[in-house]
Design a protein around this ligand. Structure first.
Ligand SMILES: [Zn+2]
Length: 84
């Protein structure tokens, strides 16, 4: 279910907006040293913030990733590669 929260924050002289900490920690479940991705929807002037999750290089799955030389891969793609 889509939930929403509306906050109004000022834009500073450098064009930055501070997002309240509770939205980052409680809604995005992101903590210190984690990353947040920013998705800008140009057609409707919206910005979507998401907790960054590593994903499979080949299919974008985030499940049960293995890493080899900096490349993350999911079990399905790994199986497909093994069959090549
Ligand atoms: Zn994959």
């Amino acid at each position: 279910m889509l939930k929403s929260a509306k906050i109004v924050r000022p834009v500073d002289a450098n064009g930055r907006v501070v997002i309240p900490k509770h939205l980052i920690t409680d809604v995005l479940k992101a903590g210190p040293d984690e990353h947040v991705s920013v998705e800008v929807m140009y057609t409707d002037d919206s910005i979507i913030l998401k907790r960054f999750q590593h994903s499979c290089t080949f299919c974008d799955s985030c499940d049960d990733l293995k890493e080899f030389n900096g490349i993350r891969i999911c079990p399905d793609c790994l199986d497909k590669i093994k069959k090549l």
